[in-house]
Design a protein around this ligand. Sequence first.
Ligand SMILES: [Fe+2]
Length: 189
Amino acid sequence: MDYIETIVKDLDEIAIVEINKYGIPSLEDYNDITYIAVELAKKSNADIGVVQLGSKLMHIKLGQAISEKKREEHTNMAIGFAQEFFLNYPLNEVLKAKIFACIREHKDKNFSCIESEICANAKCYKFLVPKKILKMFYYYKARGYNYDEIFLIANEKVDEKWNNLTLDICKKELENNYDKIKEFLELCK
Ligand SMILES: [Fe+2]
């Protein structure tokens, strides 16, 4: 096991405790986003270890931030967590800087490295895959939203994530999904 795998394993242990405590992100989303990011990294010749850690760390504090009613703070909280977490490992500064960029830029459209662009694009798959849209309806219903509200959120999220995609490879892969999801939502009106 190389040292990045060890760090990933240790991070997963901490993340799963957070996920079980706050329920956000779901374990499925946590795993899926990393899987997508790694696949994109392989196709783009990007650093797989950076993308793995970046995609796992970008939402490490989202559940806690939401529960403390400071969602907009989750990026800074994640950076603070990562700074402390990395003190335990001999990770070189270049890799660390890229991982911090993945966290800091995960909502941006300008990126300081390909790894950060990959993490931001991987995150958008959450609302551009039909199965995930259906799950989103269940999730918001369980949180007390009614059909009209969820429908509006779905429409907004699908467009927002589609417009946030910057990698051609992702746009190509998701274009058909986007068109079909929008068509389906239009029929549901
Ligand atoms: Fe976020």
